[in-house]
Design a protein around this ligand. Structure first.
Ligand code: NAP
Length: 277
């Protein structure tokens, strides 16, 4: 152990018991022999800012925030990264020595770096990207694709109005199509990304015809329980390249760990095995 006073960080959410972040950060703390702790904290919406201010006073280095605090986190921050501003939400707060709050969003970084760690040659500029969903995760994926130079992004969402709002937010850099045209759009896409919660716990299905998934497409699913969703299984059976959501979860956590604990952790098979338990 290389420091005397333990370094502290946490994840704030509501609910929070399902979060895999404590397992992940505590694994990295142990692996890197860092004297520190990462705690899950359930917080009521109205208490959010008060809890953050208390954690700063207690000497915490920073926190991750999850649903429903990603927007509130931006509001209380003294400074926000460009990508957090672009996405309009933060998931990683770092507290400075002056007790200021720096807000970042690492989901876009996690999405891109996870894919590149598996397929180094992946280039989202090639061909069209179909993004299913128009929630918070979709915003991060769209920002990530745009930052990689992708100029053909099509968003399909059950509630089309939400996708239309994203089109305005992203200054018409994306196209919106109808949920009913899913098969047709998928068939001409090079990247297909599920950012909806469909497929979670095997309880629901994306209503897509397997034949519509191009064999040369890269198919990603942000859902990570189960690890191989029915959508990814379908894509694997088509011999398409697939990327699961657990990798993104791990990669989005790397910048936070570096900010708070000073070392860049790595994604390992051992960590993945711990997280799927
Ligand atoms: P969100 O803001 O609540 O958005 C949910 C999205 O799912 C919306 O587009 C919603 O469509 C769609 N949806 C939900 N139920 C549906 C149904 N029955 N049929 C069709 N569409 C449906 O949630 P989020 O924060 O974006 O998260 C979405 C998923 O991504 C979750 O499973 C989350 O765990 C996962 N995620 C993973 C990572 C990672 O690191 N791997 C990171 C972030 C999120 P409507 O607009 O029509 O309701």
């Amino acid at each position: 152990m290389d420091n005397e006073r333990p370094l502290l960080a946490a994840v704030l959410g509501n609910p929070i018991s399902h979060s895999r972040s404590p397992r992940m950060h505590n694994y990295w703390l142990k692996k890197n022999k860092i004297n520190g702790y990462y705690l899950p904290i359930k917080v009521e919406l109205e208490d959010f800012e008060r809890v953050i201010r208390s954690l700063i006073k207690m000497g915490f280095s920073g926190v991750n925030v999850t649903i429903p605090f990603k927007l509130s986190a931006m509001k209380i921050a003294d400074e926000c990264s460009d990508i957090a501003k672009y996405i309009g939400a933060a998931n990683t707060l770092t507290f400075t020595k002056e007790e200021k709050i720096y807000a970042d969003n690492t989901d876009a970084y996690g999405f891109i770096n996870n894919i590149k760690s598996k397929y180094a040659d992946w280039c989202p500029k090639k061909g069209a990207s179909l993004v299913l969903g128009a929630g918070g995760a979709s915003r991060a994926v769209i920002a990530a694709l745009l930052s990689e130079g992708s100029d053909k992004i099509i968003v399909i969402n059950r509630t089309i109005e939400k996708a239309e709002k994203l089109k305005i937010q992203f200054e018409n850099k994306i196209n919106v199509e109808s949920w009913n045209d899913l098969n047709e759009i998928a068939a001409s896409s090079t990247n297909i990304i599920n950012t909806t919660s469909l497929g979670m716990n095997d309880e629901s299905f994306i209503p897509i015809n397997p034949e519509s998934i191009p064999k040369d497409a890269l198919v990603s699913d942000l859902v990570y329980v189960p690890l191989e969703t029915n959508f990814l299984k379908m894509a694997r059976n088509r011999e398409s390249r697939t990327v699961d959501g657990l990798g993104m979860l791990i990669h989005q956590a790397i910048p936070g760990f570096k900010y708070w604990f000073g070392k860049t952790p790595i994604s390992t098979e051992e960590l993945r095995a711990i997280l799927v338990k």
